[in-house]
Design a protein around this ligand. Structure first.
Ligand code: PLP
Length: 462
């Protein structure tokens, strides 16, 4: 820490935080017995709290965001320079970083053609849902408007996104939700036995469950299928072999738009620029947010193919024939300025390659841990996005109690290592430890992380 804050300053900040800030995802009763943790600084893979304690950040800023690590001077400079030139202009006007980032981004997304700017993953997904509905009205008399989403996937916090949310604990108490969203089953092979799936060909079987839902609802009512490429907060669910090709086939067969939510996987997390690129998928719409600028500025994008874009400019004489949507802060220039530099860093530092290599290393380490601790039932993930599912018994695969899973993350925190866990999302299945360090992680960072988990598992489960 650079020591610019005095002990009095820090004490004032912690008090102001405890008394005035309403924290995300927090039961504030917990602050009656302990102060909130305030993170004062970050550099590389590490952050420092108000006590000067150093933490290795194994989750990239709690929610898979700081892909290039903390303290990147070149991103700060790019944003600073841009803000002095032009901080903002919205509506139909373009901007220099907006144009240049769109060009750079599309270069990494063959087959995609247009970038729509906004601010959060939820907002990008809402915009995709609006596009689907508008297309239904323009082409199908409003009928082909339903949006399919998958059990255990998450697409954001707004009422519309919760309506497309497969995590019932996130949705609980926020109803009534929006009509027109229909759930399809998850594709977690480790839990295939609970779905009554056959022991062979699970990937294709799981995709066929989607087709069954489409046939039940009526293909002429279904406009889009929205999926995470690798499910994040629902348990780090890697798609099984054979799943994606069949999903693509089904979407084409029934003229259903494929919307991939890359809010977590996007921009390097899985070792490819985008998660779907690992599986040869050709989406119609892609949404992204967190890693786009690694949290140095708020930016989210909805990217579409040219054919989706074309559907919104078919009739120049019709005053309603365009996407009638705006995002006030979609006109901020800091986001694309930071995103350009973020992407340059990933390319020049070879961070995709590092993610693949360190992802393999981490998987090997987690497998070793599984050999040692019976409580680990399954290890899975892609690149630097991995999970370890904890169970009471390997035979029956009964999920471990959420409180004990939280005890593991709490023990790691005491050791100065921040890891994540699925948390109050899927009832009964909040039992997966999550690892998503920055894409700059080294072997020694990963060793430190896994050693902390090893010690924590030993202490919590004996
Ligand atoms: N989609 C996925 C897969 C997410 O994990 C999240 C947030 O965690 C979102 C969408 C929502 O993004 P935001 O919190 O930026 O609205």
């Amino acid at each position: 820490m650079d020591g610019t804050l005095s002990p009095n300053d820090i004490s004032h900040i912690v008090t102001a935080d405890r008394e005035h800030v309403w924290h995300h995802l927090t039961q504030h009763k917990s602050y009656e017995s302990a102060d909130p943790q305030v993170i004062l600084e970050g550099k590389g893979m590490r952050v420092w709290d108000q006590h000067g304690k150093e933490h290795l950040d194994g989750v990239s800023g709690a929610v898979w965001t700081v892909n290039v690590g903390y303290g990147r001077e070149s991103i700060a400079r790019a944003v600073y320079d841009q803000l002095l030139k032009l901080n903002y202009f919205a509506g139909a006007k373009g901007s220099v970083p907006g144009a240049l980032f769109a060009e750079k981004l599309l270069d990494k997304m063959p087959g995609m053609s247009r970038v729509y700017y906004c601010n959060s993953g939820s907002e990008a997904n809402e915009k995709a849902f609006k596009m689907v509905r508008q297309i239904a009205h323009k082409r199908y008399g409003g009928k082909k408007h339903k949006i399919l989403y998958r059990d255990r996937d998450y697409h954001g916090t707004t009422i519309g996104c919760l309506s497309a949310g497969g995590q019932d604990e996130r949705n609980a108490q926020y109803g009534p939700l929006t009509p027109g969203f229909v759930r399809v089953p998850h594709c977690l092979e480790y839990r295939a036995h609970e779905q009554g799936a056959p022991s062979e060909g699970y990937g294709e079987w799981a995709a066929n469950q989607i087709e069954e839902v489409i046939l039940r609802e009526g293909p002429d009512t279904v406009g889009a299928l929205c999926l995470e490429p690798v499910t994040a907060g629902g348990g780090v669910i890697v798609p099984p072999e054979g799943y994606w090709p069949r999903v693509q086939e089904i979407c084409r067969k029934y003229d259903i738009l494929l919307h991939i939510d890359e809010v977590v996987c996007g921009v390097g997390r899985t070792g490819a620029w985008f998660g779907y690129q690992n599986y040869g998928v050709e989406p119609d719409m892609v949404t992204m947010a967190k890693g786009v600028a690694s949290g140095y500025a708020a930016i989210a994008c909805l990217v579409t193919t040219e054919s989706v874009f074309d559907l919104f400019k078919t009739d120049a004489s019709d005053p309603m024939d365009y996407f009638r949507d705006i995002s006030t802060f979609g006109g901020c220039t800091a986001g694309p300025a930071a995103a350009i530099e973020n992407m340059r860093i990933i390319e020049e530092e070879g961070l995709l390659e590092n993610t693949v290599a360190m992802g393999d290393y981490l998987m090997g380490k987690l497998e070793e841990l599984k050999g040692k601790h019976k409580v680990i039932g399954d290890v899975r993930g892609k690149g630097l996005f991995q999970g370890a599912e904890l169970v009471k018994d390997r035979e029956t695969r009964v999920p471990m109690d959420e409180k004990l899973v939280q005890a593991v993350t709490g023990d790691c925190m005491k050791q100065g290592v921040i890891i994540g866990a699925t948390n109050r999302s899927v009832p009964g299945y909040n039992n997966t430890l999550c690892f998503s360090p920055a894409l700059i992680a080294t072997k020694s960072d990963l060793d430190q992380m896994v050693e902390a988990v090893d010690a924590a598992l030993g202490r919590v489960f004996g």
